[in-house]
Design a protein around this ligand. Structure first.
Ligand code: SF4
Length: 63
């Protein structure tokens, strides 16, 4: 896994990504998820779990 992207059009801000995986995601000022800048060592298992937990399928993982 080299990159995680949140589709801002889909994200509605449930916060499950940053509740579940605060080492990869954080909340912006509206409570929408965003990938923490500068994260390099991405744990694939955690990234996939967060993507599956997102009710909007807003999290995309690039290999
Ligand atoms: S879990 Fe999905 S919809 Fe919720 S904040 Fe994260 S990316 Fe957005």
């Amino acid at each position: 896994v080299t990159r995680i992207v949140i589709d801002v059009e889909r994200c509605t801000g449930h916060g499950r990504c940053y509740d579940l995986t605060p080492e990869l995601f954080e909340a912006d000022d509206r409570g929408h998820g965003r990938v923490i800048a500068g994260v390099t060592d991405i744990d694939e298992r955690k990234a996939r779990a967060a993507a599956q937990a997102c009710p909007e399928q807003a999290i995309r993982i690039d290999p």
